[in-house]
Design a protein around this ligand. Structure first.
Ligand code: NAI
Length: 505
C-alpha cells in the first residue's frame, strides 16, 4: 500500500503524516452545553526501519509462554499436524495485527480492507527471538506437555525446537503468589537480597541482547498472578524511593516490580499481563527517564472482552444493565494459583472494573452514584479436570422498557492460552511499533507517546493510563483508537462510517 497525498512524506527512514485532529470543546453554561468544534494540527513521524526484536517472558515455562513460543515456531517453520479433525495448518487467528483487517478506502463503491499489519511496517512475529525466566526449570518441550494446551501431534513436532529452550532461573518471593506454586519452584536465584536480584536480571537482559545481536528487547510478565503489594508512597512513590526500597530488600517489593525496574534500567519497555499492581509510580518514573514504555494490566482475552462488548451494546441501546454475575471454573496452573484468596483478589479487582466507564458515560440510565453500583459478582473456582479450557458462565440482567427485564445467560469456553498467546504477540508488536512513532503538536518539538502506553487498552483487562487520563474499557472504542492511530500515521483518512462517497459518489 502506498499513500499518495500532499499531507504525507516518505524517505528511506521515516514516514511523516500531517493530521488535522478535529475535536469539540464543551463549555457548561448553567444547565446548557456550548459545543465549540476545534482543529489541532499534529504531525506523526514513524521510523520505518524494522528492528531485530527480542522478547523476554517472565513465566516462560507456563501455559501462555509455551503456547506463544510454540505457536510462533509452528508458523515460522510451517509445521502442520494431525488431529481427529484432519490436518491443520498453523495460523495467527486471534491476533489483531496478523488476522484482522482495516478498511483503507473505497474502490468505486467497493470497500477495500487490508491486514492490520500491512498499514505500517511492523516486526514479523516469526522473526522475534524469545527468551525468559521461570521458577520451574523444565525445558519448553516438557513444559508444553505439562500445560496440556497444544494438540499432542503438534507438541511432538515442536519438541526438537522447544527442548533446547530452557528458562533462566528467576526470583521467587513465595509470599506474593499462592503457596501451592512452591512444588514447581526448582529454578530460583538464591538469597533474599533484592538489589542482587535486580542486578542479576539486568545482566540476563544485557546478555540476551548482546548474544542474539538484538536492536531492542521487550519484557513481558506472564508469570503467576501475584497478590497486590501494599502500595506506599514512601516505598514505591518515586524512582529514588523504589530503588532505595529494593536496596533494603523491603518485603513489599514484588518480584514483578523487580522485573519492571530491571527492564527500565536496561532501556526496555515492560508489559504486565497479570492484574497485580506491578507498575507502581516509581516504575513509571524509571520508564520515563529511560524513554521506554510500560503497559498493563492483565490480558483481556475471553470473558472480559465479551463483557465489555455486551455491556457497551446494552448501554448504547439505552438498556440498563443492573447485574452481572460471572462464574469461572478452570483447571490450569493459573486457576490453581488463583485458588488462594490473596491472588484471587487481584483478579477480582481487574475483572470488576472493566465496565465502569461504560456505565458512567450514560447519565440517562445512571443519574446517581448509587445506581452505578450494580451487582457485579465474580466467582473463580479451581477445577483441575477442566484444564486450560476455562468455562465462563455469565448472567446479565438488564432493565428494559416499562420495568421489563432482559436477561442473557452466556456460556463461554475460553481455551485460555490459545486466546492469550496471539494477544501477547499483539502487545509486543504494537509496543515495538509505538517505540518508533513520534508526534508533534502545533509545530512543537517531536515527542514520544506517554510513558504509560494506554493505546494498548484493547488488549488489557484493567487498562492503565497516565494519571489524569480517563480509562476507556469499551472494546469498540479501544479498537477504533488503535485502528485510527495507525491509519493517521500512515496518512490514511479516518473512517467516520457516513459512507457518503458510496451513497452520493
Ligand atoms: P501458568 O501458571 O501456566 O504460567 C505461569 C508461569 O509463571 C509458571 O510456569 C510459573 O512457574 C511461572 N512463575 C511464577 N512465578 C514466577 C517468577 N517469579 N518468575 C518467573 N516465573 C514465575 O499461567 P498462564 O496460564 O500462562 O497465565 C500467566 C498469567 O497470565 C497469569 O497471571 C494469568 O492470570 C494471566 N492471564 C492469563 C490469561 C489467559 O487467558 N491465559 C488471561 C489474562 C491474564
Amino acid at each position: 500500500m502506498k499513500v499518495q497525498s500532499t499531507t504525507t512524506q516518505q524517505d528511506d527512514h521515516f514516514l511523516i503524516s500531517n493530521y488535522d485532529y478535529k475535536s469539540t470543546n464543551i463549555e457548561k453554561n448553567g444547565d446548557k452545553y456550548i459545543a465549540k468544534p476545534q482543529i489541532t494540527n499534529f504531525k506523526f513521524k514513524t521510523d520505518t526501519r524494522i528492528p531485530k526484536l527480542g522478547v523476554m517472558l517472565v513465566g516462560w515455562g507456563g501455559n501462555n509462554g509455551t503456547t506463544l513460543t510454540g505457536g510462533i515456531l509452528a508458523n515460522k517453520f510451517n509445521i502442520t499436524w494431525n488431529s481427529k479433525r484432519g490436518t491443520h495448518q498453523p495460523n495467527f487467528y486471534g491476533s489483531l495485527t496478523q488476522s484482522s483487517v482495516i478498511k483503507i478506502g473505497t474502490c468505486n463503491t467497493e470497500e477495500v480492507f487490508v491486514p492490520f499489519k500491512d498499514v505500517l511496517p511492523m516486526v514479523n512475529p516469526c522473526d522475534i527471538v524469545f527468551g525468559g525466566w521461570d521458577i520451574s526449570s523444565m525445558n519448553l518441550a516438557d513444559a508444553m506437555n505439562r500445560a496440556q494446551v497444544v494438540e499432542y501431534d503438534l507438541q511432538q513436532k515442536l519438541r526438537p525446537y522447544l527442548e533446547k529452550l530452557v528458562p533462566l532461573p528467576s526470583i521467587y518471593y513465595p509470599d506474593f503468589i499462592a503457596a501451592n506454586q512452591g512444588d514447581r519452584a526448582d529454578n530460583v536465584i538464591p538469597g533474599n537480597n533484592k538489589l542482587e536480584h535486580l542486578n542479576i536480571i539486568r545482566k540476563n537482559i544485557a546478555d540476551f541482547k548482546q548474544q542474539n545481536n538484538l536492536d531492542k528487547v521487550i519484557l513481558l510478565w506472564t508469570a503467576n498472578t501475584e497478590r497486590f503489594c501494599v502500595e506506599d508512597p514512601n516505598i514505591h512513590g518515586t524512582a529514588e524511593k523504589l530503588l532505595k526500597s529494593i536496596e533494603s530488600s523491603h518485603p513489599e517489593i514484588s518480584a514483578s516490580t523487580i522485573f519492571a525496574c530491571a527492564a527500565c534500567l536496561e532501556g526496555c519497555s515492560f508489559i504486565n499481563g497479570s492484574p497485580q499492581n506491578t507498575i507502581v509510580p516509581g516504575v513509571i518514573e524509571l520508564a520515563e527517564k529511560a524513554g521506554v514504555f510500560v503497559a498493563g494490566d492483565d490480558f483481556k482475552t475471553g470473558q472480559t472482552k465479551f463483557k465489555t462488548c455486551l455491556v457497551e451494546y446494552l448501554v448504547g441501546a439505552g438498556i440498563k444493565p443492573k447485574a452481572i454475575i460471572s462464574y469461572n471454573h478452570l483447571g490450569n496452573n493459573d486457576g490453581k494459583n488463583l485458588s488462594q484468596e490473596s491472588c484471587f483478589k487481584s483478579k477480582e479487582r481487574s475483572k470488576k472494573t472493566c465496565v465502569d466507564d461504560i456505565l458512567e458515560s450514560n447519565k440517562v440510565l445512571y443519574p446517581t452514584e448509587e445506581e452505578l453500583n450494580i451487582d457485579h459478582t465474580i466467582v473463580i473456582k479451581y477445577c483441575p479436570e477442566t484444564g486450560d479450557s476455562k468455562k465462563a458462565m455469565d448472567e446479565y440482567i438488564a432493565e428494559i422498557f416499562l420495568g421489563g427485564r432482559q436477561t442473557f445467560a452466556v456460556y463461554n469456553v475460553c481455551e485460555d492460552s490459545l486466546l492469550a498467546a496471539p494477544l501477547i504477540m499483539d502487545l509486543l508488536l504494537l509496543c515495538e511499533l509505538f517505540e518508533r512513532i513520534q508526534f508533534q503538536k502545533d509545530a512543537s518539538e517531536y515527542q514520544r507517546f506517554d510513558t504509560v502506553l494506554s493505546w494498548l487498552s484493547y488488549l488489557m483487562k484493567a487498562p492503565k493510563s497516565e494519571s489524569g487520563i480517563t480509562t476507556i474499557n469499551s472494546l469498540s472504542r479501544q479498537r477504533a483508537m488503535l485502528e485510527n492511530l495507525v491509519k493517521v500515521c500512515a496518512g490514511l483518512t479516518i473512517d467516520d462510517n457516513l459512507r457518503l462517497e458510496v451513497r452520493y459518489g
